[in-house]
Design a protein around this ligand. Sequence first.
Ligand SMILES: Cc1cc2nc3c(=O)[nH]c(=O)nc-3n(C[C@H](O)[C@H](O)[C@H](O)COP(=O)(O)O)c2cc1C
Length: 344
Amino acid sequence: MLNTPHITDFPRTGSPEEQLRFLLRYAILAPSSHNSQPWLWQIEGDEVTLRADFKRAMPNLDPNHRELIMSCGAALQHLCLAIRAFGYAALVHTLPDRSQPDLLARVRLSAPRPATANDELLFRFITKRHTHRGHFEDKPLPCELLNALQQQCEFEGAALHFAQTSEDRDSIVGLVERGDLIQNRDPGSRRDIADWIAPTENRPDGIPASALGLGDLMGHIAPLAQRYLDRGEVIAARDKKIASNAPVLAVLSTSEDTPQGWLAAGQALGRLLLRARAEGVWASFFSQPIQVNEPWFQLRHMTGVHHFPQLVFRLGYADPVAATPRRSVDEVTTVVPIGEPIEA
Ligand SMILES: Cc1cc2nc3c(=O)[nH]c(=O)nc-3n(C[C@H](O)[C@H](O)[C@H](O)COP(=O)(O)O)c2cc1C
């Protein structure tokens, strides 16, 4: 189901359209909320337009589309890294605009330009990055890496806060638990989560049960249990354990809580996850304290009142995990013949 691209298949002498089609294979490997892959691409000549696919929204978990747009931001980052790694400039216009909320960015494949060492490094790990929901080793991360992750975020105008004190850690763990309890009481949120659990890997989207650590039988039962039972206590206890044991707990934030800010948060997320993988570090996420209002407001004590929390996650070393499925580039891309107006 996951058709991993190979560098040697790049159509070096192909048309810009063929090249962009190939480069989009890296974009679609980006992380997305519940593996919803909420992106649509439109290629016209040497330009590709990124649109949000609101049909893949989660109305209860993510009513404002924060996570949907962040997911698109991460895919945009992957595309730009791939363009640069293959030796071209990527001219990017980010476009969130209330009058056309789905239109997020236009990227032009531009004149040849050597990639920077940082771009090459991040690009190399696009096919090796996956979300790791398992146990992390009790081994600290080097300070240089934590600084490097903060720099990657600053590059996109976002900020990364690490829980430095035991009070900060306890506070984040408590907010994750609280988020789980509140969220699982709500039938609408439970339904959104259930809709995106994929019992088998034959489905090209959703989180495969195997990535959630479930076997075949439990994989088939999990969506039903998630939909109809409030398992908040069990989920909160599990998340408390993995969050408390994480070597690093972090909060990604932006100075704007707008579609532009969410897109930037996604671009920063794309960079920081790849930089972490380059050092053998895995990540996994806790969206609950962002999705539920009360913990989100409390998280702002950590990020400072001028910053808005966008994602909570943990980082650490662990055994490898497998990739999850993706829809193909063909399924999410249309090509506009050159000269025809791009649909507004
Ligand atoms: C904005 C955002 C929020 C996410 N929140 C969670 C989360 O709360 N829990 C979780 O297990 N994974 C979360 N994920 C990870 C996705 O489930 C994951 O990226 C997706 O299933 C694809 O798998 P991959 O990252 O291994 O490629 C999140 C990803 C994004 C981009």
